[in-house]
Ligand binder design. Sequence first.
Ligand code: URP
Ligand code: ZN
Ligand code: ZN
Ligand code: ZN
Length: 473
Amino acid sequence: MMKTLIKNGTVVNATGTATADVLIDGETIAAVLAPGSTLLGFDIERNVDTVIDAAGKYVIPGGIDAHTHMEMPFGGTFASDTFETGTRAAAWGGTTSIVDFVVQYPEESVIDRYQAWHEKAAGNCAIDYGFHQILSDVQDSSLTAMDELMNEGVTSFKLFMAYKGVFLSDDGQILRAFQRGAENGAMMMMHAENGAMIDVLVKQALEAGNTSPYHHGITRPWQAEEEATHRAIMIADLTGAPLYVVHVSAKQAVAQIAAARDRGLNIFGETCPQYLYLSLEDQLGAEGFEGAKWVCSTPLRSKHEGHQHHMWQSLRTNDIQMVSTDHCPFCMKDQKDMGIGDFSKIPNGIGSVEHRMDLMYQGVVTGQISLPRWVELTSTTPARMFGMYGRKGVIQPGADGDVVIYDPNGHTSIGLNKTHHMNMDYSAWEGFEIDGHVDTVLSRGRVIVDDKQYIGSKGDGRYIKRGLSQYLI
Ligand code: URP
Ligand code: ZN
Ligand code: ZN
Ligand code: ZN
């Protein structure tokens, strides 16, 4: 069993910072100590295998990205990152756990799909991974599958109010799934957009000859997001199920979540880096077909409506509790380009799993969020929200040795000449200059990224059997 000492770093947890040494014994954090201390007279430094000097650097719990879609079948193709390439890219960026979505399409067996996801992931992941389950047509068998999956460590279920014929559940189906979720103590997750409204707007736009990527944004207006968010909250309130609204982009949807929380409900919201930095005009509205790079749902919002400013604020006020990527990459060639001449055929999704920790650290650099809040939004709350806390999301004795050494004086230039490690032929973040740098990444006590070198292997990552949410009021 390898023993590693990370010394002289600034340990950052959601609760605060301290200069401390972190001792990792095998896969587990054994002690967090004042620098240079001995353990019952025992000279630690002389009794470990590896000493890492983290002076001047932050020692943080590894990032947890609770919203990814590796190899997701969608829009007639597959998300371009496999579990192998996607989790390796995540490791490069300081993320040591993901929670990926098992996809079930109408008529498919939920349990079969769950097993298929295990087959895709097992032996291929660089970091630990858990699963949420997507339910697309709620049958009686889906409800019994929900019961079964709770025992498998799948304690959260995503439903969709959009994508008719693909993912959409009607309100009655949603109600039934939420009732079962409430009985089981599950976390219900919602893609909150009014699909019926969107389908009409898309048809009208295409008929009027408005076929460019920009119109993807125009046909998914904030009203569709606000309305669906409100409806999802009402169903959660009625059934008593806790609700986690994924990829929130509109300030009006945030207001719905905030109002529900003010009423004491277990309603939570997630946003993604794209909604904090990118816009309808500057990215989706780019020249020609370029905007396809940023086609995702919910869409990028107008920079003239104050969504970004409001979203950063909601990260401070805890109206929005966490930041995930919704990593769902597609290449421009042979994937996004299926939608040339018809934006509705562009596969939806952006790839960011590698950049989330860096992008969110910029919020610390610019004074939008504090250092502990950075860790809370990207690691600690994801762990608590989805039943992993204690093992994940914190630097403390007994936790997994998932540790990132982050150099605030380092620098990262994103994207240029495909310097990223995601399996994409472009970067949605090209040109972003990051103050800060992921130096070293440990996954369960083993160094898997050593400055500018990935030294892990596929299959290092293990399945995380999750418990119930530890975030409920
Ligand atoms: O555009 C997106 N978000 N693609 C992934 C599927 C989803 O709705 O999360
Ligand atoms: Zn979604
Ligand atoms: Zn998603
Ligand atoms: Zn460095």
